[in-house]
Design a protein around this ligand. Structure first.
Ligand code: NAD
Length: 260
């Protein structure tokens, strides 16, 4: 990986984003963390990244539901570090209900954060990355960017959308040393997955234990959750020069789910 890189990882106060921030920091990359939590609750993670890895880590709690939030986040990272070499569009939310009962505002919110925020992020960093002739953009899609499940209309639509955005951006930036890829995790044990268990149980009329065994792990032939460390390691590899020819790809980390 080249020296002196700076990264913005959206939604990195928790779960997969924090795992990616940790993996990049371990490779010497400065990190701008983001999430909607108050700075106080993220301070111990921010400080741990700096002290463990000897890098500079900031935290910006811009709400990425609106384009201005994304632009503020990018501007604050540019101001702190001088340039952004790596953008990881990871922030995302979920809501589980059949289409007939799916609240309009949940549809709008999921599309805004899980898809549009990534578009505004790419738009905000592309010109400077092109000018410098090097950049890495990683969009955290999902196995649900490749296949569907019932009761997740907005999430599946947004995740398929971000795979399309990834391909288009990859083509536009291919001749400028900038790669754009999507990572498509299967189920990873994070607060996002934990929180959807009660609603999935309700929507399917089964117990929470049955959701874990018969819905979540049933989808993954390995019968294991993927880990934030595994996603972080792939993100880190995509940022090396060895990965320069990987672009426009949607890479599953899903225990074989989408091979079925
Ligand atoms: P998580 O709930 O642990 O973390 C979500 C992060 O997004 C947090 O940092 C939160 O502060 C941030 N966030 C929420 N709303 C925000 C907003 N309006 N503006 C800015 N930040 C906001 O979730 P996770 O499981 O780590 O998921 C991260 C990404 O990975 C999501 O895009 C999700 O769809 C995707 N993903 C997760 C799984 C899984 O099994 N956990 C599987 C496939 C894909």
């Amino acid at each position: 990986m080249p020296d002196h890189l700076n990264a913005v990882v959206t939604g990195s106060s928790s779960g997969i984003g924090l795992g990616i921030a940790e993996a990049l920091a371990a490779a010497g990359v400065n990190i701008m963390l983001n999430g909607i939590e108050e700075p106080g609750s993220v301070e111990s993670d921010r400080r741990r990244l700096e002290e463990t890895h000897g890098i500079s880590a900031g935290y910006n709690n811009a709400n990425l539901m609106k384009p201005e939030g994304v632009r503020d986040l990018i501007a604050s990272a540019e101001e702190r570090f001088g340039k952004i070499d790596i953008l990881v569009n990871n922030a995302g939310i979920q809501y589980v209900a059949p289409i007939e009962e799916f609240p309009d505002e949940k549809w709008e919110a999921i599309l805004a954060l899980n898809l549009s925020a990534a578009f505004y992020g790419v738009k905000a960093v592309a010109t400077a990355m092109k000018k410098r002739g090097w950049g890495r953009i990683i969009n955290i899609a999902s196995a649900h960017g490749l296949v569907a499940s019932p009761n997740k209309a907005a999430y599946v639509a947004a995740k398929h959308g971000i795979v399309g955005l990834t391909k288009t951006a990859a083509l536009e930036l291919a001749e400028h040393g900038v790669t754009v890829n999507a990572i498509c995790p299967g189920y990873v044990w994070t607060p996002l997955v934990e929180q959807q268990i009660p609603d999935t149980a309700k929507a399917r009329g089964i117990t929470e234990e049955e959701v874990k065994r018969d819905v979540l792990l049933h989808a993954q032939p390995t019968r294991e959750f993927a880990t934030v460390e595994q996603i972080g390691a792939l993100a880190r590899f995509l940022c090396t020069d060895d990965a320069a020819s990987i672009t426009g790809a949607a890479l599953p980390v899903d225990g074989g789910w989408t091979a079925q």
